[in-house]
Design a protein around this ligand. Structure first.
Ligand code: SAM
Length: 262
């Protein structure tokens, strides 16, 4: 049975039609027989059959659409189908004894929110297809115009890699923009931030004023320790948030956390 579904007009419902690209995305996850794989937004199953062909220990499909989910369960009985919103999924509850890998051609309207959560909470190697512009932001280096809050956040938990670009012509309906595939490699636990709620608040606060200098953004928190922090990090309070590496955001948070609302 082939899964058919009337394409919705809402942003992010672009179904991949190109088998070579589907295979290339799945191959880049390097699935082994001990891996537990989760696919987010499998849609009509463009990636799913190649994931199963790779022979993972298990495959879970998280699909929000209530028509697509039962059709997926029928076509792929070897997979466990969750008809659920990936934004509500409890990534932190994944069994830490298993080797998790997460893949998805993400719904573009919620891709950043999904990746924000997955990177911080799942400890999984991930491969995602997203809008090209989002892919370049997530893989940007400090100092670049593309470097923003989501870059700092995801790179606090994972190393990120830009894999390849995908043209609009391989989707139905055809989106207006290019897409790209990116990969996340989780950092060891002892390198990840601990107080993640507070850190998230600081990152969002700073990038809300990305054109302003750190001294102005942090004026309510400036103390001797912040001045010392900047000196130790080789930074100036005239620098802008985009100059700070993810580790520097973590050390800045340690300095201001007693005064910063979390
Ligand atoms: N993976 C398929 C492909 O490559 O053809 C479909 C990709 S399509 C861009 C995104 C899919 O995500 C759709 O099937 C949509 O129903 C599903 N989706 C949208 N929002 C979702 C959410 N919050 N949680 C889980 N699935 C979602």
């Amino acid at each position: 049975m082939q899964i058919r579904h009337k394409a919705k007009k809402s942003l992010g419902q672009n179904f991949l039609q190109d088998a070579n690209i589907a295979r290339k995305i799945v191959d880049s996850l390097k699935i082994g027989k001990n891996d537990s794989v989760i696919e987010i937004g499998p849609g009509q199953g463009a990636l799913t059959k190649y994931i199963l062909e790779a022979g993972p220990e298990s495959l879970t499909l998280i699909e929000k659409d209530r028509n697509l989910a039962p059709a997926l369960a029928e076509e792929f009985p070897a997979a466990y189908v969750c008809q659920e919103d990936a934004l509500k999924f409890k990534w932190e509850n994944l069994d830490p004894e298993k080797k998790w890998k997460i893949v998805g051609n993400l719904p573009y309207n919620v891709a950043s929110k999904i990746m924000w959560d997955v990177a911080a909470k799942s400890n999984a190697v991930c491969v995602f297809m997203v809008q090209h512009e989002v892919a370049t932001r997530i893989t940007a280096d400090p100092g670049s115009k593309k470097y923003g809050g989501i870059t700092v956040w995801i790179k606090s938990f994972c190393d990120t890699q830009y894999l390849f670009k995908v043209p609009p012509t391989v989707f139905k309906p055809k989106p207006k923009v290019d897409s790209a595939v990116i990969k996340f490699f989780p950092k060891p636990d002892n390198e990840k931030p601990v107080d993640i709620k507070g850190l998230a608040g600081l990152i969002k606060y700073c990038f809300q004023y990305r054109r302003k200098q750190l001294g102005k953004i942090l004026k309510s928190f400036i103390s001797d320790s912040v001045v010392q922090w900047a000196e130790d990090e080789g930074l100036s309070l005239k620098d802008r948030p985009e100059a700070l590496s993810p580790l520097q955001f973590q050390s800045l948070y340690k300095c201001v956390k007693n005064d910063f609302p979390s």
